[in-house]
Unconditional design. Structure first.
Length: 113
């Protein structure tokens, strides 16, 4: 019976391991304080990636948000970044298809260190 306690304890410990790897909650960020950079080169060198917006998701196959202007998109990305605990957006880009009046944008939410 004592032999089964060690493997069971080991397996239970492995189940708890992912809880140790979670991020500490970030302080709330005001959307107006979120910096947007079109390129990584213009951003501060140290950051933690939080989430890529509107790319890499199966939902974008069915549609991505579109914006009336680039400024509207930047405002929306600032809100998303603040909600996710980020204080910056890097690789921000907007694309204006020829057959559309709308802009499609993407970027990566980051937390500058």
């Amino acid at each position: 019976m004592a032999r089964f306690i060690s493997p069971i304890f080991f397996l239970a410990s492995l189940c708890l391991l992912p809880a140790c790897a979670t991020r500490a909650p970030a302080a709330p960020v005001n959307p107006e304080q979120v910096a947007i950079h079109e390129s990584v080169t213009s951003a501060p060198p140290r950051y933690e990636t939080i989430k890529r917006l509107w790319v890499g998701s199966w939902r974008t196959v069915f549609g991505a948000p579109s914006y009336a202007s680039r400024e509207e998109a930047m405002e929306n990305f600032r809100r998303h970044a603040a909600d996710l605990g980020g204080n910056g957006v890097i690789n921000f880009g907007c694309y204006h298809p020829i057959d559309s009046e709308r802009y499609y944008c993407n970027g990566t939410v980051v937390r500058f260190l």
